[in-house]
Design a protein around this ligand. Structure first.
Ligand code: ADP
Ligand code: ZN
Ligand code: ZN
Length: 826
């Protein structure tokens, strides 16, 4: 029977389907269909004649002989790749993520694959702006598509089907993308323009045959400048993976023309190299330096723990020199031919750290950040597939196709941005990294100055190894932290706008000493509320339940949740009063007012408004580093991974605000933020000073921050978590119901609550309106499921949520209620 010899391919479609789908592989494609390649398939309702249904590129995860029982499989239409795009461990990770974080495999794959690798019918193409217009050498089909694009600016893949009068078009598009004749529309958005530097290397035959260098020296012997330049180059090239022309000039004390003369003689080759826009290469000496005794000891302890444990927590105070330890461990992995993954919060990727690592690792390092364009993403994907030794990236880098992963470093492991909140998969990058490491038999090093309560708990309980570094590198002292009592100063009328006199005096003194300062205010814009004094009206977003923030530069009121913006009403829309007032303050106002109190200071601001692009962000940091500004005012952006050697003062403007989030993690987050921002003070030769302004100076967290007492903080916090049954003692799942009509939402919640209660009883709290109860036009209701840490209980809870969702959505009138499930919410 033909049935028994038929071959099937199980694929993941780029859709939120609960399960993978199986297709039949026609005999003529059987050779080419294998694990990890993309195939073109039809999905959706079709007529009896097989018409209709949309076409997708889907990823093959299994080739087998088992016919699906529930449906008649459709055929695979075409095969896009000759080589697999993924490794098998990836599919295991995806499956785990889909199960653990309650989403579909399609959603995980969507997050993992670069856009170029997951084309769909609606994808828009346009002509590559750098294409010459020369269409010779193209196949007939490629030609037709390219020609169409010379007439129309952009076309969809569905259009391509009409043009070619055939269904399977992905192979043609793939080829046009690879030949850089077309590109996807989204590529046309702003791109990161890399900065390049000129580098020097030996030309042939000298490069491959060092014995010929004698001849090179003979060729330069008549110029002493050229001879010293050549010697300088040789010395530098022994120590580093690439040599800048500038370095050669500096070491040899010659000018560019001497280097050029050597190149003209065929000895040097000059080439351009992309560098991060940050980090001054000249100053960076760390990598040649030996480890401090503390680093040596920590490294030994980490290696020791790795013999028995898969995960180690490195708790090292800010400035203790954790990066150097990561580099050492990564070098070992590279030397063995393995791969290492270095994860860190997205924002920290744009900083000096990238430059430092690039310097150290050269081409062995790939950096994966959110601003890569689609071509770069594919290139990086392929490089990792081919075994790139080190990848540095934000959380999604763990979805890349590693094959020989031996080490994962999660730097700033406490950082909330490791959790993806929206869209699915709502995964925690740190926790997923630990699972990924298990799949590869790799080790995980979690590093931070302020461990998450979960990780520290795991370390104390012996699940993770614990290694501590309590001193800063080079004997630099920890900063002195003092509180500025804003309430007291207010009573005594000493406050000057939002600044305590104490803070202003310290700032003045620091600037006079030639030092720089950082001020942290966790809110951007000018003022978060615009209010009517007489009737209490305040400006609110029309789509969200939040007040609009006034932005002075654009003179607009803006919503930070949905982007809605409006002009300032000239009078109160409710009562007509013309005296409307701004309340509160954000970074923009701080910058503005500082100029009044410190007229001579040069001030810059680092927040989402000034640093929307990677370039702008880099430029601000670079300028501050080069001391073109005295004071840097910023949001959370100033707290992460920055290392400025001249910062004498750090100010936190409203500490109370940091401790007031309506969340069980509020104290933890507040503590972490303050210790991290304090860590920016006094990094090199001098003890820094941190001034924390607060109304309630008696808050226990503030006392712990001042004493730099992580352990004290942890003891108090863990006792509360235990008493109130919060993680790490329990597990949480948050469920959010969303709908645009509050009546529908409330009625739907009744149905959902009943279904949930039936199986989960008192594990459930809610429904309750969250702190922000409407976002982007949708009303929200939250549930929290709290249970013991037992995988079976977790499974049970998830299947109960599934059932309740099904009951709700299949009740007439409620199919439109969205149910969002967030496991281990951040
Ligand atoms: P952390 O990440 O623990 O906050 P860093 O790794 O940024 O600390 O190190 C703090 C400072 O000490 C940096 O300026 C770094 O250049 C310097 N440093 C660390 N280790 C060494 C070393 N072994 N030799 C020379 N300088 C070092
Ligand atoms: Zn009013
Ligand atoms: Zn809004």
């Amino acid at each position: 029977m033909s049935q028994s010899t038929a071959t099937y391919a199980t694929v993941i479609l780029p859709l939120a389907l609960p399960k993978p789908f199986t297709y039949e592989v026609p005999a003529e494609l059987r050779e080419r269909v294998q694990f990890g390649v993309r195939v073109e398939v039809q999905f959706g309702r079709t007529t009896a004649a097989g018409q209709g249904g949309k076409l997708y590129s889907a990823l093959v995860i299994e080739v087998h002989q088992r016919a699906p029982e529930a449906y008649q499989p459709k055929p695979v239409l075409d095969v896009l790749d000759d080589e697999p795009l993924i490794h098998s461990a990836q599919v295991q990770l995806w499956q785990w993520m889909a199960r653990y974080y309650c989403c579909t495999l399609g959603e995980v794959m969507h997050a993992a694959l670069p856009s170029h690798l997951k084309l769909s019918g609606e994808t828009r193409l346009s002509l590559h702006p750098l294409h010459s217009g020369d269409l010779t050498g193209l196949s007939d089909r490629e030609y037709l598509v390219a020609e169409a694009l010379t007439i129309q600016e952009s076309i969809t893949i569905e259009d391509v089907r009409d043009i070619l009068e055939r269904k399977t078009v992905y192979p043609v598009i793939k080829s046009l993308l690879e030949k850089k004749i077309v590109l996807l529309q989204e590529d046309l958005q702003e791109k990161f323009k890399p900065k390049t530097v000129i580098c020097v290397e030996l030309a042939e035959p000298y490069a491959s045959d060092p014995t010929k260098l004698n001849q090179a020296f003979e060729l330069t012997s008549r110029s002493s400048k050229q001879t010293t330049a050549l010697m300088a180059f040789i010395q530098l090239s022994k120590q580093q993976s690439f040599v800048l022309r500038q370095e050669v000039c500096e070491l040899a004390d010659v000018e560019n023309p001497s280097v050029k003369a050597i190149a003209d003689k065929g000895i040097f080759r000059l080439y351009e190299r992309e560098v991060s826009r940050l980090g001054s290469y000249e100053e960076d000496t760390i990598d040649a330096d030996a480890l401090s005794p503390q680093q040596e000891k920590a490294l030994g302890e980490i290696r020791g723990h790795f013999e028995q444990k898969n995960t180690v927590l490195l708790h090292g105070v800010t400035g203790s020199g954790k990066t150097k330890i990561y580099m050492e461990l990564m070098s070992e992995v590279i030397a063995r031919g393995g791969q290492a993954l270095y994860l860190l919060p997205e924002i920290a990727l744009t900083t000096q750290l990238t430059a430092r690592l690039q310097r150290y690792l050269g081409d062995q390092l790939a950096v994966y950040h959110s601003k890569l364009n689609n071509n770069e993403r594919v290139e990086l994907w392929n490089a990792v597939l081919a075994g790139k030794p080190v990848v540095m990236g934000a959380r999604s880098a763990l979805l890349l196709p590693f094959s020989r992963l031996e080490l994962i470093i999660v730097d700033e492991e406490h950082d909330p941005s490791f959790k993806q909140n929206d869209p699915a998969p709502r995964y925690n990058g740190r926790d997923s990294a630990i699972y990924l490491a298990q799949l590869h038999g790799a080790k995980v090093l979690l590093g931070t100055a302020t461990p998450s309560v979960e990780s520290y708990h795991n370390a104390l309980s012996g699940k993770y190894g614990l290694v501590e570094m309590t001193e800063r590198f080079g004997g630099v002292q920890m900063p002195e932290i003092v509180l500025a009592d804003a309430r007291q100063e207010m009573k005594q009328r000493q406050m000057q706008s939002h600044f305590t006199t104490q803070l202003l005096n310290e700032l003045k003194a620091a600037i006079e000493r030639g030092e720089q300062a950082i001020l942290f205010q966790n809110r951007r814009g000018y003022a978060p509320t615009y209010r009517c004094f007489s009737c209490g009206w305040h400006s609110e977003c029309i789509h969200c339940d939040v007040s609009l923030t006034y932005h002075k530069f654009s003179h607009l009121l803006k919503c930070h949740y949905c982007g809605y913006q409006s002009k300032l009403p000239p009078e109160c829309p409710a009562c007509g009063n013309r005296q409307l007032t701004l309340y509160g303050f954000g970074t923009e106002k701080i910058e503005d007012e500082l100029k009044i109190y410190l007229p001579d200071a040069r001030i810059a601001r680092l927040d989402l408004d000034t640093a929307r692009t990677r370039n702008a962000h880099a430029a601000i940091i670079n300028d501050f580093e080069e001391r073109r500004f005295d004071i840097l005012v910023g949001t959370q952006m100033v707290t992460k991974g920055l290392d400025f050697e001249n910062v004498g003062i750090v100010g936190v403007l409203s500490a109370d605000q940091l401790l007031q989030f309506p969340d069980f993690r509020s104290a933890e987050r507040g503590f972490q933020l303050m210790v991290q921002v304090a860590g920016r003070a006094g990094r090199k030769n001098k003890r820094g000073k941190v001034i924390i302004q607060a109304m309630n100076t008696a808050h226990p967290v503030l006392q712990e921050v001042i004493a730099n007492d992580y352990k004290g903080f942890f003891q108090r916090e863990i006792a509360e978590r235990r008493a109130f049954r919060y993680p790490p003692f329990t597990r949480l799942i948050r469920i959010t119901l969303k709908h645009k009509a509050p009546e529908v939402l409330n009625a739907g919640a009744e149905i959902f609550t009943k279904a949930l209660h039936q199986s989960l009883g008192d594990w459930v709290t809610g429904p309750a309106a969250p702190y922000i109860s409407r976002v982007r036009g949708l009303y929200l209701l939250d549930y929290l499921i709290k249970m013991e840490r037992d995988p079976r209980k977790m499974e049970f809870a998830k299947s109960s949520i599934d059932t309740a969702t099904h009951i709700l959505q299949s009740t007439e009138g409620f199919s439109g209620v969205r149910v969002v499930v967030d496991v281990d919410p951040g």
